[in-house]
Design a protein around this ligand. Structure first.
Ligand SMILES: Cc1cc2nc3c(=O)[nH]c(=O)nc-3n(C[C@H](O)[C@H](O)[C@H](O)COP(=O)(O)O)c2cc1C
Length: 199
């Protein structure tokens, strides 16, 4: 009987502590929200997620902008937003999502203490990629997020992961995917560091 009571006590204590351990193991949660009509931006999102998940203790949540819930937004320590370039800017559904982030977060603090980043794919090398990413980053800066850029394989920084998908450079190359993985890992490291430091 005593053994049974002891086992019950140990079991109850373990069950109570499990959420605390899980919480301590997860240092940061990053929402990767994207829109993709023909799959390119989705493929880039998946490479970013691979990079994020290579950093211990950081959880990636991958969603299309329409499937990302208000709770996904509130829970995120960092948000990465991906768009195909449409007429030298971000896609309208991605703009809707960015606007929703501003509505969902507490309007006194908005993105304070959180990170944000942008990524895109486009048919041409230079026909709106910079403008699309800057538009996303500017919105997040206005919401008091800390903007984090991406990494090129040669070590330079950029405005966020990107890929050219049109006839000059069809699909996503391994170089573009690897740069996105490294960008995701960098975003994850910085987000986890920010989450550990008091605001
Ligand atoms: C309506 C429309 C407008 C576009 N405008 C641009 C543009 O201004 N600049 C550019 O480089 N590519 C442009 N593209 C090409 C897309 O950005 C490119 O194909 C992108 O990789 C698509 O991403 P997805 O496969 O995730 O939908 C446009 C495509 C469409 C359908």
């Amino acid at each position: 009987m005593r053994v049974l009571i002891s086992l019950t006590i140990v079991w109850t204590a373990l069950t109570a502590l499990t959420p605390i351990w899980a919480e301590e193991k997860t240092q940061a949660v990053i929402l990767v929200a994207y829109y993709s009509e023909t799959g390119h931006t989705e493929a880039l999102s998946r490479a970013l997620v691979e990079g994020i998940e290579s950093v211990e203790g950081v959880e990636a949540v991958l969603r299309t902008v329409s499937k990302a819930s208000d709770e996904d937004i509130r829970r995120a320590d960092g948000i990465l937003v991906g768009t195909p370039v449409y007429w030298a800017s971000l896609h309208a559904r991605v703009k809707d999502f960015v606007d929703r982030v501003g509505q969902v977060l507490d309007e006194d603090t908005h993105g304070e203490g959180r990170t944000a980043g942008a990524f895109c794919t486009a048919g041409a090398v230079a026909s709106g990629k910079e403008l699309a990413r800057l538009s996303i980053l500017a919105a997040f800066l206005n919401m008091r997020f800390v903007a984090v850029g991406g990494l090129e394989l040669d070590g330079f920084g950029n405005l966020g992961a990107e890929a050219t998908t049109g006839p000059a450079d069809p699909g996503l190359s391994e170089v573009e995917l690897e740069a996105a993985r490294r960008s995701g890992a960098r975003f994850a490291r910085i987000t986890a560091q920010m989450r550990r430091s008091p605001n």
